[in-house]
Design a protein around this ligand. Structure first.
Ligand code: NAD
Ligand code: MG
Length: 305
C-alpha cells in the first residue's frame, strides 16, 4: 500500500505549526485481526521513514525494542538507527511483513537489525528475547518496553478471563520479565524506557484492563528508577496520547470511533508514530542524564498529573 502524502511531515527539524504539521486524519471504519499490520492500515502512518534525520546521539549504542515492527516501536527503531544505534526488534511471528519493512530502513543506514519474532506472554520467551538481543548486538545499552495488548470492551461483564490474562501478561508480566532479564546486562549509562499511556490517568470506560496496566507501568518504572539510579542505569517512561497505529484497528477501539480518533485533543488531531520517536531518543541519550523516573507525556495536550 502506498504511503499517502497525507501523514508525512517533510523533515523532522522544520519549524512549522504543530496543528498542521501532520494532517487531521479521518480514518475509515476498518478492522484487522490481532496483532494488526502497518502494511494494511488506512491511512498509512508516518514512522519517520523519510522525515527522521538523526544527529548522532546514539552512536554505537545497542537497543532492544519490543513491538519494534510497527507503530510507535517502528518509529523508535528507525530513529535509533538514524541516531547511530544497532537495533534488535521483537514482535509476533504474524508481523514478519512489518518487521521486514523496518529492518530494511535500519539496514539502509548501515546499522544492524536483529529480528526476534517471539510471543512475550511466557517468561521463557522474554528471557530468550533479551538473550538473543545481547547475542546479536554484542551487548545491550537500551531496553524499550513497547509491546502492548489493547482490546476494547463495552462492559466489565464482557472482559473474559482470557482477555484479562493476555492484557496483564503482555503489558505487565512481560515488562517485569524483560527488565529482570536485561538488568544484569546494563552497564552505567544504560537506559530502560517503558511505554505507558494517557490511559494511565484518564481511563476510557471501554479500556478498563488496559488502562490499569498502564498505570502499573508508571509506578513500576518510578520504583525501578530509584533502585537502578545508584548504578547509573536510568529508567523513564513515555506516555503517548492517541497515536494512529495498527493497535487501534485490531480491536483496540470500537470501529465507529475510528473516524474521530484523536480529534478531541487540544491539537485537534491524532499523533503520528514519528512524533513519539524524539522522546525515546532523548531518554536514551546522555543529554537526559538527570532525568530519572520521569513520565514524559506526548499526547497533543491532554491533562497529565
Ligand atoms: P502497534 O500495534 O504498532 O504495536 C504494538 C506491538 O505490540 C505490536 O507490533 C506487537 O509486535 C507487540 N505485541 C503485542 N502482543 C505481543 C506479544 N504477546 N508478544 C510480543 N509482542 C507483542 O501499536 P502502538 O500503538 O505503536 O503500540 C505501542 C505501544 O504504545 C503499546 O504499548 C501501546 O499500549 C502504547 N500506546 C499506544 C497508544 C496509541 O494511541 N497508539 C497510546 C498510548 C500508548
Ligand atoms: Mg505490529
Amino acid at each position: 500500500m502506498s504511503t499517502e502524502k497525507s501523514t508525512s511531515s517533510t523533515d523532522q527539524l522544520t519549524f512549522d505549526n504543530p496543528v498542521t504539521r501532520h494532517p487531521d486524519i479521518t480514518p475509515p471504519e476498518q478492522d484487522q485481526p490481532k496483532p494488526g499490520l502497518d502494511a494494511e492500515l488506512v491511512p498509512q502512518t508516518d514512522r519517520g521513514q523519510t522525515s527522521y534525520r538523526g544527529t548522532g546521539r546514539l552512536q554505537g549504542r545497542k537497543a532492544l525494542i519490543t513491538g519494534g515492527d510497527s507503530g510507535i516501536g517502528g518509529a523508535v527503531a528507525i530513529a535509533y538507527a538514524r541516531e547511530g544505534a544497532d537495533v534488535a526488534i521483537n514482535y509476533l511471528p504474524a508481523e514478519e511483513e512489518d518487521a521486514a519493512g523496518i529492518a530494511e530502513v535500519i539496514e539502509a543506514e548501515g546499522r544492524t537489525c536483529v529480528r526476534i519474532p517471539l510471543d512475550l506472554t511466557e517468561r521463557e520467551a522474554c528471557d530468550e528475547v533479551v538473550a538473543k538481543a545481547v547475542e546479536g548486538l554484542g551487548g545491550l545499552d537500551i531496553l524499550v518496553v513497547n509491546a502492548g495488548h489493547q482490546t476494547w470492551s463495552e462492559s466489565i461483564e464482557e472482559i473474559s478471563d482470557e482477555q484479562f490474562d493476555t492484557t496483564v501478561k503482555t503489558n505487565i508480566y512481560a515488562m517485569f520479565w524483560l527488565c529482570r532479564a536485561a538488568v544484569p546486562q546494563l552497564e552505567a549509562g544504560s537506559t530502560i524506557i517503558l511505554t505507558s499511556s494517557v490511559q494511565a490517568y484518564s481511563p476510557s470506560d471501554t479500556l478498563l484492563d488496559y488502562a490499569m496496566t498502564k498505570a502499573a507501568m508508571n509506578t513500576f518504572g518510578k520504583g525501578l528508577a530509584k533502585q537502578l539510579a545508584p548504578r547509573g542505569v536510568r529508567v523513564n517512561i513515555v506516555a503517548p496520547g492517541p497515536i494512529w497505529t495498527p493497535l487501534q484497528v485490531a480491536e483496540g477501539q470500537p470501529k465507529d470511533k475510528l473516524p474521530k480518533f484523536g480529534k478531541g485533543q487540544p491539537l485537534g488531531r491524532a499523533g503520528q508514530p514519528v512524533e513519539l520517536a524524539p522522546a525515546y531518543v532523548f531518554l536514551a541519550s546522555p543529554e537526559s542524564s538527570y532525568v530519572v523516573g520521569e513520565t514524559l507525556n506526548v499526547n497533543g495536550g491532554a491533562d497529565s498529573p
